[in-house]
Design a protein around this ligand. Sequence first.
Ligand code: IVH
Length: 695
Amino acid sequence: MYSKEQTKKLQNETTALLKKKELAPKDIDSIREVLRFHEHRYYILNDPLISDFEYDQLYKALEKIETENPALITLDSPTQRVAKGLTKDFPTVPHLVPMLSLSNSYNTDDLLDFDRKARELTKENKIEYCVEPKFDGASISLIYENDLLVRGATRGDGVEGDDITTNIKQIKSIPLSAKFSDYGLELVEIRGEVLINKNNFKKYNEQMMEQGLPPLANPRNASAGTLRIKDPKEVAKRSLEAFVYNISYHTTLRGKNVAKELDTHSGSLEILWELGFRSPQKDKRVFKGIEAVIKYCEEFEVMRDDLAYEIDGMVIKVNEVALQDKLGMTSHHPRWAIACKFKARQATSKLLGVEFQVGRTGAVTPVAKLEPVAIGGVTVSSISIHNEDYIKEKDLRIGDSVLIERAGDVIPQIVKSLPEVRTGREKKILFPNHCPVCESKLFREEGEAVWRCVNIECPAQVVERIIHFTSKDAMDIRGFGDANVRKFYALGILKDIPGIYELNYKKIGELEGFGERSITNLQTAISNSKKQPLHRLIYALGIRFVGETTAKTLAHSVNHLLDFQNYSLEDLQNLEDIGPKVGGSIYHFFRNRDNIKMIRQLETLGLKLKNEKKEHAKGGNLTGQSFLFTGTLPTLKRSDAEEMVEKNGGTLLSGVSSKLNYLVVGEDAGSKLEKAKKINSVKIISEAEFLKMLN
Ligand code: IVH
């Protein structure tokens, strides 16, 4: 899309624009060109050339010029993705050409068969095929008229779909305009797939679970659901991506010839790539004959899990459009294309019963026990079914046949029950009123989906808290393991968290399976854990809503863990990313006498409650300087960046004030940046500048 020379030119132009004190209306075309170039580097090539902060500076300059000169706004300006207000409804619109589905193949014979039929019908000896990934998302159609994106729609029933143009514009890998006119095209309809990459999907599900909401079974449902959200801002937050794979319809510009490349499918994918779309440019291959096609599909399946997004197979397409036309289509699918499906990650099983497990916060989670079933090389026999509402929504019953999915490395989920095959003997799942372990009455808070056992002494909770304390991301006491914790607790050898450091090894030695060596190993692991840094201890305490990141934030802000006894709710909320909910939970934790007693006991037992880095890191490059981070940094994790500050002798502040020396700004920086701009002494720097200071 951009040649080496163009890249160089645009990069120089970027530097020149960034250097200018003030940008003026006469710069508007240049700013837009440069922004589009950097969006392409970021969203299509995954290879940005400038920091998010620099991009934002230019974007904001463009916004300012447009606000002051509304007449200069164009429909495809990079600012025009942003939508105001909520979408009322999604009107139904007809597709220019029906959106057909593909016939599927599951083995080599199916593919040989497909090729044989295609050769017979076309009377060709050997057919040229284009092979590309089959993206597992939600299909969309895009219409460009005179180079401008005018409509985006869902597949719907294949004939008509929903007009979701505003939401489509939130997807940064879909260009708002593209020079189809350079190829002689006037009206163009494109097919593609909207996806959410595995990383973003994981993050999304983590957020859902943190809020007590059930996660989604797979990235496909997440993308399809997101496309129909009525708040475009929320859509933008979900970071959807789009791949395009077909030009389904076009008209020709008067007096122009249509580009030759459109004679083949691979050629049209190349045009789309050149125009700035994300087409499967890198992964597509053209082969003469079906044998090489089959081999490529097999090779690709092995790499499936290494891709950033889900694919569920490959699509094989007759490459020459003239041959495609000869083959035509049935009422369901084209005869010139076939999907080669990978091993299924879905399977059906039977729901045999439900167990109710009590977690360390007292949440009671129903777990479905299933007839063991293999999915993608893993045997699944139990699956969390999250909460009462989830069971109702999916209408799950004991005895039901259920569809299960294990998407990539995502925890398996029940997609749905299959009421069609019910016998009438299925039983309702009854949620208990009392804790299955300690029999206390269960409570469900308003607005929450989970039932909770509120008896803090409930044996199940105590055990789970100890297990969490010893776990890998917490104190990392190797060799302890869930089973040992449960065993020691049941035998009265271990009663609570401090008890880990006062184990009676003589008694343990009398247990079956505990030789001298395993006891020494356990002793060493427990003793080593006393040296774990403060943030691990904070995480290990299992304060509700305090994950590893919040634990690091907390550890960085105090000299001693018990300093939190003197923190007000407001002090806590002034810390990075701590809102009322998390802040409230921390506040109450440090106001509970039993918790304070436990922490004191741990200190007496030799655990580190002091923030040592804060005490020792004097004399580094950043000595005497204070820092605060805001927004998403382009390469560094926030917690790592903060650790760098402390290691180099700098201090971290929790809010913007005249005491702050440097505000390091990433993407989506909000009020902190605005506040810092008003204080002259605060220097606003990018991640790159911060890294330079370290050297
Ligand atoms: S070609 C007439 N190519 O798979 C051509 N489809 O199961 C039809 N899909 O509805 C589509 N990746 O949503 C094509 N590279 C790809 C694809 C692809 C994913 C989806 C598409 C289609 C479904 C059929």
